[in-house]
Design a protein around this ligand. Structure first.
Ligand SMILES: Cc1cc2nc3c(=O)[nH]c(=O)nc-3n(C[C@H](O)[C@H](O)[C@H](O)COP(=O)(O)O)c2cc1C
Length: 353
């Protein structure tokens, strides 16, 4: 199946603009998501044997998840479970709706199996997102796996007001998802990554945890897991500062990593031209740096803080490498584009039952 995807389907899809294919695929999956019959058909192709894991009081059918950015609006939520994922991270969602950067803003570097994107958090805003999630919850099509939401900062919100921007989105979405990821590492919102600095991040996490606690007390249930997603471009010292906050601000984990603004060396002219595009690079060239960051985080927390490993997972071996480095869960984005949906089953079934 993977061969069929790579040789036939991918060839056809890659003739078209990257974002156009992405939109078309999501539209198809959104349609499938509305039909229990089609969802069952999808699951009969792709659903893997279970490899259950329990984390944060949540039951994951398997530890392989969909990374943020693939389904920013949550329109294909039931389809991700049918494709075999053990969890998904929807979004990035921002408090204000925003159109993102001008197109084209998503590029394939096919030879190096990478993507470059500068989407800029294009999304319909937290209110529209909440109503989509509410719709799935009341439709009985809500998946049997944990659902996370990736929270971004609205572009129009000035940096000093970032904490409240995140907090407002969480306030609205808190009852609707199982865990939340504070994304301070996207390279495509001006100055966003400055929020990875200790003082700024502390302020954001303080505001977010306040909302988390308030909801938990009102609902008489435990607070929800809050994670921070980090850039692969941070130094180990900067990562350690974030780890210090993970204790004081009660973080449940780290998502490592987002896309990189660096570019690997290449002699290929076509690849070099694509690498000149502004934005974050994901896919195969990100794999090793992402694993290095995971290993560092795991070592410095003595394996006690759960890490979601993401970056360049294209095979079962890549996923195993992330687990060996210290990840508890693993996510995929670019691997899905380059290898097709059978990758999920291939990875899950390679894991020890
Ligand atoms: C088009 C695109 C959009 C993305 N949007 C987001 C986003 O909104 N929030 C986020 O935290 N990460 C986002 N990411 C980053 C991915 O979640 C992931 O961290 C990164 O792509 C590395 O994984 P990969 O090599 O498997 O693609 C995006 C990635 C791509 C390619």
């Amino acid at each position: 199946m993977s061969w069929f995807y790579r040789q036939i389907i991918r060839r056809a899809l890659f003739q078209k603009d990257s974002e156009a294919v992405h939109e078309l695929t999501l539209k198809v999956l959104a349609n499938v998501s509305g039909s229990p019959f089609l969802l069952n058909a999808l699951a009969s192709f792709y659903s893997p044997e279970p490899r259950p894991i329990r984390l944060w009081g949540l039951d994951f059918p398997n530890p392989i998840g969909l990374a943020a950015g693939m389904d920013k609006r949550g329109i294909a939520l039931p389809a991700w479970a049918a494709m075999g994922f053990g969890f998904c991270e929807l979004g990035g969602v921002t408090w204000h709706p925003q159109t993102g950067n001008p197109r084209p803003r998503m590029f394939r570097a096919v030879r190096s199996e990478a993507l470059i994107n500068r989407m800029g958090f294009n999304n319909d805003g937290a209110e529209a997102f909440a109503s989509t999630l509410q719709g799935w919850r009341s439709s009985e099509l809500w998946p049997n796996h944990p659902v996370g939401v990736n929270l971004g900062k609205s572009k129009i919100t000035p940096l000093p007001e970032a904490a409240q921007d995140y907090a407002k989105s969480l306030d609205l979405l808190w009852p609707l998802a199982d865990f939340f990821v504070v994304n301070v590492s996207s390279p495509n919102t001006p100055n966003l990554r400055q929020l990875q600095d200790k003082t700024a991040l502390d302020e954001v996490l303080d505001a977010v945890q306040m909302v988390n606690q308030r909801h938990a007390i009102t609902a008489s249930i435990p607070a929800k897991p809050i994670l921070v997603k980090v850039a692969p471009d941070l130094s180990f010292e900067a990562l350690d500062e974030i780890l210090e906050l993970s204790l004081s601000r009660n973080l449940s984990g780290i998502v490592a990593t987002n896309t990189t603004v660096t570019r690997p060396p290449t002699t290929n002219l076509r690849t070099r031209r694509i690498y000149e595009e502004t934005g974050g690079l994901s896919g195969r060239p990100l794999r090793d740096r992402s694993t290095e960051v995971i290993r560092h985080l795991a070592k410095n927390t003595h394996g006690k803080l759960p890490i979601i490993g993401v970056g360049g997972v294209f095979s079962a071996a890549d996923a195993l490498e992330k687990f060996a480095a210290g990840a508890t869960l693993v996510q995929i984005y670019s691997g899905l584009v380059y290898q097709g949906p059978s990758l999920i089953k291939e990875i899950v079934e390679s894991l020890e039952p």
